[in-house]
Design a protein around this ligand. Structure first.
Ligand code: GDP
Ligand code: K
Ligand code: MG
Length: 298
């Protein structure tokens, strides 16, 4: 995009909420590219992920965050919650995401963490899932009576028109200041990071409910020779039985995780990818502060 003549506008917008309300789906929709992995499972997002969109004179710097966890208090959860808390105070605008028509104790706990001096838009997401639309108006009214949000925004992250309207709304909250990134930057994360995240996404999507909390992925090697990328990564689990789940019968599941990751990376980068995957057991890693740090969690 060519730089426009007028003054530049740029600001940080953090996306926060309990697990699974659609924060990462919304980030990707707002950026217009997949920069954050998504799945129907909690704990998919484990890092602060910056997604950048530059349009006209405005640069939006969105920050996706892990879902705030109020349940298990292991070292990993503490690190994830710290990442959320370290983000919310330092932005120009907050998108507090809930599911349309719902506001429970876990939502209230996240809301209680938000700083009073940053404007908050209540994003009531997954509107497409609400069967009785007539019930949304009274729900919104009751939210308006109870909470002083700057805006109330019912929407679906899967509806491009809604996303465009939210983008326009966000723009009003961004200060006039020079851009912080290049006009065509989409994220501040590296290809190496994305590769590890995509392995984890496929792992989450292709396994049952128990595994996600006890697994992680470490990229051991990332080399580029021309258009070819050679990647080696290790899936780390906490139990021998979990290793069996990841590998699957005759290695089928691990193979599929590898194939799906490789195909998506090749589409994204437009070059060939060699991906080698390993599985290792490290019992208790998720409650071991040193290991949690060593595996890349802040
Ligand atoms: P996060 O944990 O808050 O980041 O949530 P994700 O973005 O990973 O999404 C959780 C699940 O909700 C995924 O299965 C998404 O496809 C789904 N989802 C997200 N937004 C919407 C939406 O607007 N409508 C519907 N129907 N599903 C959504
Ligand atoms: K999720
Ligand atoms: Mg997420």
């Amino acid at each position: 995009a060519a730089e426009p003549a007028g003054p530049q506008r740029c600001g940080f917008i953090a996306i926060v909420g309990k697990p699974n309300v659609g924060k990462s789906t919304l980030l990707n929709a707002l950026v217009g590219a997949k920069v954050s992995i998504t799945s129907r499972k909690a704990q998919t997002t484990r890092h602060r992920i910056t997604g950048i969109r530059t349009e006209g004179a405005t640069q939006f710097v969105f920050v996706d965050t892990p879902g705030y966890q109020t349940r298990h208090g292991n070292a990993l959860n503490r690190a994830l919650n710290k990442a959320v808390l370290g983000t919310v105070g330092d932005v120009d605008l907050l998108l507090f995401v809930v599911e349309a028509g719902r506001f429970d104790l876990a939502d209230a706990k996240v809301l209680a963490l938000l700083p009073p001096n940053v404007p908050v838009i209540l994003v009531a997401n997954k509107l497409d899932r609400v069967h009785r639309r007539v019930e949304i108006a009274p729900w919104l009214r009751s939210m308006q009576e109870r909470y002083p949000f700057a805006e109330f925004f019912p929407m679906s992250a899967k509806q491009p028109r809604d996303v465009q309207r939210l983008l326009a709304l966000c723009e009003r909250y961004l200060p006039e200041q020079p851009w912080m990134y290049e006009a065509d930057d989409l994220t501040d994360r590296s290809e190496r990071f994305l590769a590890g995240e995509l392995v984890r996404e496929k792992l989450f999507r292709l396994t049952g409910d128990e595994l996600p909390y006890t697994s992680t992925v470490v990229v051991d090697r990332f080399e580029q020779e021309g258009e070819l990328r050679r990647i080696a990564a290790t899936i780390i689990v906490e139990r021998e039985s979990h290793k069996g789940i990841v590998i699957g019968e005759k290695g089928e599941r691990l193979k599929r995780i590898g194939t799906e990751t490789r195909q998506e990376l090749e589409r994204e980068w437009g070059g060939k990818v060699f991906l080698e995957l390993w599985v290792k057991v490290r019992s208790g890693w998720s409650d071991d502060e040193a290991r949690v740090r060593a595996y890349g969690y802040e």
